[in-house]
Write a protein that binds this ligand. Structure first.
Ligand code: GGG
Length: 361
């Protein structure tokens, strides 16, 4: 039987509540016809680990992860006890960078039964994918502070764009558009104000676009794009954007979906000798952590993306059918979607739906 070794990092806050649901859902899908096995190994790396050990993961953590087929991660952050930049730069970002997980794919789709916040915009209008550059740009980590605490203190954070990274993420977006039968790639830019790095981004975008004459291409400034998300989401198909621009826009995308609790993401490399990583877009949500009401569906959907990436297409489709049945029926939705279900109740419903929902049902 095919077996996949999965590093499970629930992390912090609601990550620890939604990931057990994700695991149960994926195991239900694995057990369907033509089954396979998922061998989860849980790693306790988190802010709690940091408080005990002074680091978010062990010194050889990345080497440990290297041996897995994929990483399934919940959420990172406990700002009350550990500064957010320490937790993010101690766990999530080192994984993305060490394994060069250069493409962060974030689908945005209004699911059946969910009423989005935009009047007159339903599932036909809200269905697009954001491709986020995931290794450099505003998250390059280059910078520093001097004269700390003095009136002449200086903080510098550099934005780094390399031709290699910009070219490959734009090509990834066009390839994705072609593979998924989508028609347009829109580059998110700000080259009116950022006359060096974003003008460079635009140049590379149009060079790569030339290789894909079958896919329409255009560009839009990030501020105008924020407005377009709300006024005309039907114009969006595949977006490609820098690390920070895409991170900001995909929280807005989550709102268009009705809840950030429905937004999944895949951190991908095509180098199969290292693990790609799959996570919900949301963070640890300290405001609701421990209440048992977090929406687990983004984590489950991220798991479906992992199965798809591992080549388990039927199982991935079964998980998506399960999610869609739960949203369409509306009887097991969590409070972020106007329901009264707990995380566990929503999870039980999705597991049941995966086991019973047949294609086309
Ligand atoms: N799901 C992982 C998580 O905690 N994400 C929240 C977050 O702030 N991520 C930062 C980022 O993706 O740049």
């Amino acid at each position: 039987m095919r077996t996949y070794r999965i590093a499970l990092i629930p992390g912090d806050g609601i990550g620890r509540e939604v990931m057990p649901v994700g695991v149960a859902a994926l195991e239900a899908a694995a057990g369907l016809a033509d089954g396979f096995r998922l061998d989860f190994q849980e790693l306790p790396w988190s802010c709690e680990y940091y408080l005990q050990h002074g680091r978010m993961m062990p010194e050889d953590g990345l080497e440990t992860l290297r041996g897995f087929d994929a990483i399934y991660l919940g959420a990172v952050g406990w700002p009350e006890r550990v500064p957010d930049h320490v937790s993010l730069w101690g766990l999530l970002l080192p994984i993305r960078k060490a394994f060069d997980l250069y493409a962060n794919v974030r689908p945005c789709r209004l699911l059946p039964g969910i009423e989005g916040p935009l009047r007159g915009k339903g599932p036909d209008e809200i269905n697009f994918v954001v491709v986020r550059e995931n290794t450099e740009g505003e998250y390059s980590g280059v910078g520093g502070r001097v004269h700390i605490g003095t009136p002449w203190e200086v903080a510098v954070q550099d934005i780094v764009f390399t031709r290699r990274a910009v070219e490959r993420i734009i090509r990834f977006a066009f390839d994705l558009a072609r593979r998924e039968g989508r028609r347009r790639v829109t580059s998110v830019t700000k080259s009116n104000a950022m006359q060096f790095n974003m003008v460079f981004w635009d140049e590379v975008f149009w060079q790569v676009a030339g290789e894909f004459p079958d896919i329409a291409a255009d560009q839009c400034h990030v501020d105008a794009m924020a407005a377009r998300f709300v006024r005309a989401p039907e114009q969006l198909d595949v977006l490609v954007a820098s690390n920070l621009f895409a991170d900001i826009l995909t929280d807005l995308a989550g709102a268009l979906q009705g809840s950030l609790g429905l937004s999944p993401s895949a951190n991908i490399t095509h180098d199969r000798t290292v693990p790609s990583m799959f996570e919900p877009v949301h963070g640890s949500a300290p405001d609701i952590a421990g209440k048992g009401i977090a929406n687990p569906l983004a984590a489950v959907w991220a798991g479906a993306m992992m199965l798809e990436f591992l080549g388990e297409r039927q199982a991935a489709a079964a998980v998506m059918r399960g999610i869609e049945r739960v949203t369409a029926q509306r009887s097991a939705l969590t409070p972020d979607l106007g329901g009264r279900a707990t995380t566990a109740e929503c999870g039980a419903a999705v597991v049941e739906a995966i086991r019973t929902a047949r294609p086309g049902a």
